[in-house]
Design a protein around this ligand. Structure first.
Ligand SMILES: [Zn+2]
Length: 83
């Protein structure tokens, strides 16, 4: 018998908002992305061990890693994708 361990990354868009981008220097749509890393057993996610938030420019694709408190402030006054 053998056991297959692995990892999996799940990405979820939480909210969208128009902001000024430092990459393409225009005001455009940005999305808040929640990225969680999971340990898998036989390809089934079992335990989440790391959670990070990014704000991504939809025009140029620039990613900015943000703290959880910054992600909460982004959600305010933005279009929430899901709860
Ligand atoms: Zn941009």
């Amino acid at each position: 018998m053998f056991v297959i361990f692995g990892t999996k990354i799940k990405r979820k868009t939480l909210a969208t908002k128009r902001e000024h981008c430092l990459g393409c220097v225009i005001t455009t749509e940005h999305e808040l992305v929640d990225t969680s890393k999971w340990l898998t057993l036989f390809l089934i996610p079992i335990v989440s061990y790391k959670n990070e938030f990014y704000i991504r420019c939809k025009a140029c694709g620039r990613d900015d890693h943000v703290s959880e408190s910054r992600s909460r402030s982004f959600k305010r006054n933005s279009k929430i994708m899901e709860k």
